[in-house]
Design a protein around this ligand. Structure first.
Ligand code: PNS
Length: 163
């Protein structure tokens, strides 16, 4: 089914994201997990840190690549000859925002399709923001993120970082 891009902030990557990566990699020939800039969010991890974490946790998928991009997603997709965007939908609350993004991307480039996957019920409540909140106050996030991410969160908050 060609090349798909799974864009997001991934600040940091969670088991919810990994579930989408794993299922997307079964559908598409290649999946590029691409870190983009969401102007509405300030981040805890730098782009390089997020890239490294994503690379580590997706290394077992041979057809998954990790990258970052500046500017518009549709321009990045053109540069990668990708024409499908993968997005995970958790709840009705995600729908409006995702519909807006999919519609804007379609308007910017009519050849692009957005492919939605329903998040595994196990992770329907999960978000990077919630993970950061929990980790910040010292509670365990071991059910929510891979071990390397848990360690990275612990380090960040031990050093007094905020987001
Ligand atoms: O995980 P997020 O924060 O919902 O990801 C949002 C992201 C990074 C995919 C989105 O903000 C994005 O595509 N940014 C790049 C700029 C762009 O193309 N904007 C127009 C479409 S919203």
């Amino acid at each position: 089914m060609g090349i798909a891009v799974y864009p997001g902030s991934f600040d940091p990557v969670t088991f919810g994201h990994l579930d989408i990566v794993e299922r997307g990699a079964k559908v598409f020939d290649k999946v590029i997990v691409a870190i983009g800039k969401n102007r509405a969010k300030s981040s805890l991890f730098s782009i390089d840190e997020r890239l490294e974490l994503l690379q580590t946790v997706t290394s077992n998928f041979p057809n998954v690549e990790v990258d970052s991009f500046n500017g518009l997603l549709v321009d990045y997709m053109k540069s990668k000859q990708a024409n499908t965007i993968i997005k995970g939908l958790r709840a009705i609350s995600d729908f409006e925002y995702e519909l807006q993004m999919a519609s804007i991307n379609k308007k910017l480039d009519d050849s692009i399709e957005t492919f939605f996957m329903m998040t595994n019920n196990k992770y329907s409540y999960l978000s990077s923001s919630i993970v950061k909140d929990i980790a910040k106050y010292g509670a365990t996030v071991s059910d929510l993120v891979p071990l390397v991410v848990e360690d990275a969160l612990r380090k960040k908050f031990k050093n007094g970082n905020s987001f």
